[in-house]
Design a protein around this ligand. Structure first.
Ligand code: CO
Length: 299
């Protein structure tokens, strides 16, 4: 009587051992329902977009820099501005919204997505993106997407970007000539980045000023500061991802309410420069560093 249970116990142990070997040794078993899938990484670059073809060249620069920094990682783009997506669609160009691009990546089996906000500050577009990505994270098991900070998110970013931007200022600038940067501006709480940028600029260069098209500081604030400093000539430069519609029209246009017209009326000679801050590879590197910080979570 005593031998039979002992034998059964031994057979049970051998079976259990065999099962363990099968589980560890066979990927078919390990990949079964509920088990961890291998990481399939992708980077999704998300920008506002521009309908100005010439301004789109910075996207090519950014794309090239990313392919160099992250070789072998799937790279995709998405555009947050619906009216711009609709505009380029009429020319036969398909630009996806972030939610469309994420759905496509998810359907194709990508499960570790670094979503990089190519916005300048953490404003409305960036926060919309956070909400979209958050929704995707809860959708299916094993899918993880994280958002990389926009260009000027932390105070360290602000100081780094301002130094780079000022270093790339026009070489022909003479003593007493001012630099006026035009940011976009926003009603969103993230818009506090603009007066912060203005402050950091003035610390680095007493004649470098920052204003915004749609927020604070305003063009009037900039005009008053220029007059108080007795500035006679000012370079006008976009502090934006692209030198698109705002730069060409609101900043450098001939309409009576453009920055150029308003400042020239106040006796300040204007030299508009249609060059985006992102044309400097070192500025693109700031975004790349933000993406690297996200990719660290996928190791
Ligand atoms: Co705008």
């Amino acid at each position: 009587m005593g031998k039979k249970p002992e034998m059964l116990r031994r057979i049970g142990m051998v079976l259990a051992l065999l099962l363990c070997v099968a589980l560890v040794g066979s990927p078919a078993w390990a990949m079964g329902h509920g088990n961890k899938k291998p990481a399939k990484k992708a980077i999704l670059l998300v920008t506002f977009g521009t309908s100005v073809p010439r301004a789109q060249k910075v996207f090519t620069l950014i794309d090239k820099a990313y392919r160099k920094a992250f070789p072998g990682v799937e790279l995709r783009w998405a555009y947050t501005a619906k009216f711009i997506r609709d505009k380029v669609a009429k020319r036969g160009i398909v630009w996806l919204a972030p939610e469309e691009a994420l759905a496509k990546l998810m359907a194709q089996g990508y499960n570790r997505i670094a979503v990089q906000s190519l916005h300048v500050i953490a404003g409305a577009e960036y926060h919309d993106l956070l909400r979209v990505v958050h929704g995707f994270n809860g959708m299916i098991h094993g899918f993880k997407a994280l958002v990389g900070n926009p260009l000027c998110a932390t105070t360290d970013d602000l100081r780094r970007v301002v130094k780079l931007v000022l270093a790339a200022a026009p070489k022909g600038r003479k003593k007493g000539e001012a630099l006026v940067y035009m940011g976009h501006g926003t009603h969103h709480p993230g818009g506090v980045a603009y007066p912060a940028l203005a402050y950091v600029m003035r610390l680095n260069d007493p004649l470098a000023f920052m204003g915004t098209v749609e927020g604070y500081p305003t063009l009037d604030d900039v005009k008053e500061a220029l007059l108080a400093h007795k500035v006679k000539t000012a370079y006008l430069l976009p502090f934006m991802t692209v030198a698109g519609d705002h730069a060409m029209n609101d900043m450098a246009g001939d309409e009576p309410d453009s920055w150029k017209s308003v400042l020239e009326k106040a006796g300040i000679k204007c030299k508009p420069v249609l060059k985006a801050i992102t044309e400097d590879p070192q500025v693109i590197q700031v975004w790349i560093d933000h993406t690297k910080a996200v990719m660290k979570h996928f190791k």
